[in-house]
Each structure stands twice: as C-alpha cells, then as structure tokens.
Design a protein around this ligand. Structure first.
Ligand code: FAD
Length: 261
C-alpha cells in the first residue's frame, strides 16, 4: 500500500523491499476526506499531514494529534505523509502514534472478508511489524467525539531542531471535572519496541489539579515504564530521564488546553 510513500519509496529505493504490486490509495475519495458524525471524526487513510493541519475544527478538538502529525518531516513530507502510513511503518519513534493512542483512536481495517475496528495500540506489534493480516489495509482512523473540558498534547525531543527522529515522544490526553483531572491517558514513544501506554502515570494525575507532587509521580511512572535502546541519539539513562520530563510537560499542556488553571 502506498499512502504518501515517504517511508515506502525510501525502502524500495534502498532495496529493502521489492513489492510485486504497489497500490496508491491517494485518489480513493473515501480515503481522502475528514468527516464528522456522532461516532467521532473519521480521517481517511490517505489524508496528508498538511490537510490535517489546515482542518481548523480538528486542530481545535485534537491539537495534540494534529501537532504530532505535523511534526513529521518537512513541508515537502507533510504534503504527502499520513497518520496511517506512520502507524503501519511501525517505527517505535513514529510521532503520530503516541498521540493517536492517547486519544483512544481506532483504526478501521478492511479486507475482502469485511471490516473491523481495532484500537490503534493493537496495530503495531514490534519494530516494522503490524497485526494486519495479508490482504488487510487501514481505511481510516476514527477519533472519538470530543466533549468540553478536554485537552491533548504531544511533545518530542530530538537532538536537532528539525527533521530528526524522536529520542522520546510523550502524548497525554485528559478530561477535567470541576478543575480536577477526571480521566487521563499517558503514552510514550521511542522508549520501547512499540509505543507504550503508562497507566500508572495516568493514575498519578487523576483526581488532582496537576500539583507538583502529582506531576513528579507521573514523571517517575513514565521513567519506570521505559525500556529503551542505547544509541547515538540517546543513552538508556538519558531517554529514561527525558521520558519523565516530557510526560510532565505534555500533561501540563493538555491540562491548560482543557481549561485547567
Ligand atoms: C525526510 C523524512 C523525514 C521524516 N521525518 C519523520 C518524523 O519526524 N517523524 C516520523 O514519525 N516519521 C518521519 N518520517 C517517516 C515518514 O514520513 C512517516 O512515517 C510518514 O507518516 C509515513 O506516511 P506515508 O503516508 O508516507 O506512508 P507510506 O510510505 O505510504 O507507507 C508506510 C508503510 O505503511 C503501509 N501503508 C500505507 N498505507 C496503508 C494502509 N492504508 N493500510 C495498510 N498499510 C499501509 C505501507 O505499505 C508502508 O509499509 C520521515 C521520512 C522522511 C523521508
């Protein structure tokens, strides 16, 4: 499948894969639109990062998801790349994935056998590996309906200011009730073979007004959940520390966006 081709064409040119057939989905109308219904927002698999960023309603409802996708590459890459391609490429450092998982996004998977809806966190099974069976493809990503008093954020750390791969990424999505966190989801990228949900980090802030003690607990939970690699971009120790810092910062931003004081 070729959505934007920004991963696929690179891998083909490097000779890593030699597909018998490449199917370009960019011109399939149902895969190229963003639609809203009572079930949420459906983003077609071929919708580019640039299209997402220009969609004002979506950017207002899910700034974390949109910003995460807009971090991918450069303007040229943005005009092609998709969230679904980012997901199916199955890089542990994929930027849009932690944000989608934090948002409880679902993937609509189609095949000649029919259609099924799968939580995004069930798609990637390891670096470069997905749970999609032969003949299955993702038709769309569905974000749940957004109520008031809700906010999300995604932050990543890269050694350069642009065009680099996340050393750590952190996505937080939360809702508030009477100024306190009612529900939360904290997800980390680039610190394990797949993006990881950190329930202990979410528990640390539920019921709080994001006081420093709660944020410190969230940071400790994020660091404890890490199982990163050691490479030229960052040591295990460094990634583990940065995961806590970014988790905290993303939580603060999501809290502000939800209208928290
Ligand atoms: C210069 C450059 C900078 C980059 N910067 C970043 C970055 O900052 N952050 C980041 O996360 N990534 C980055 N990337 C990687 C890449 O751009 C992203 O992963 C992008 O989101 C891939 O989307 P795409 O639509 O181009 O995917 P494609 O290349 O079209 O597809 C990627 C994979 O998904 C499969 N696929 C595509 N569509 C479907 C479908 N509908 N159903 C099932 N499988 C499908 C393809 O077969 C392929 O295996 C960068 C790449 C380049 C070249």
């Amino acid at each position: 499948m070729l959505a934007g081709g920004t991963d696929l064409l690179v891998r083909m040119r490097l000779g890593h894969i030699e597909p018998d057939l490449v199917v370009d989905i960019k011109h399939i109308p149902a895969m190229s639109t963003i639609t809203h219904s009572s079930k949420g927002t459906r983003i077609g698999a071929a919708v580019s990062g640039a299209q997402l960023g220009e969609h004002k309603t979506l950017a207002k409802a899910w700034p974390g998801v949109v910003e995460a996708t807009n971090l991918i590459g450069s303007d040229q890459i943005q005009s092609r790349c998709t969230m679904v391609g980012n997901l199916c490429n199955a890089s542990p450092a994929a930027d849009s994935v932690p944000a989608m998982i934090a948002a409880k996004a679902k993937a609509v998977v189609v095949s000649p056998k029919g259609r099924r809806t799968v939580p995004v966190e069930k798609i990637v099974t390891g670096p470069g590996e997905t749970s999609l069976a032969r003949g299955e493809l993702i038709e769309a990503i569905v974000l749940p309906p957004r109520g008031a008093r809700a906010g999300d954020a995604y932050l990543r750390f890269i050694p350069r200011t642009e065009m680099d791969i996340a050393v750590v990424g952190a996505g937080v999505n939360l809702t508030l009730e009477r100024g306190r966190v009612k529900t939360a989801r904290v997800v980390l990228g680039a610190v394990a073979p797949t993006a990881i949900i950190v329930p202990a980090a979410a528990r640390a802030i539920v019921g709080t007004r994001l006081e420093d003690a709660a944020l410190d607990k969230l940071a400790a939970a994020c660091s404890a959940a890490c199982n990163p690699i050691d490479d030229k971009r960052g040591t295990i120790e460094y990634r583990t520390k940065v995961a806590g810092v970014l988790g905290k910062r993303a939580a603060r931003l999501a809290f502000q966006r939800a209208g928290g004081a």
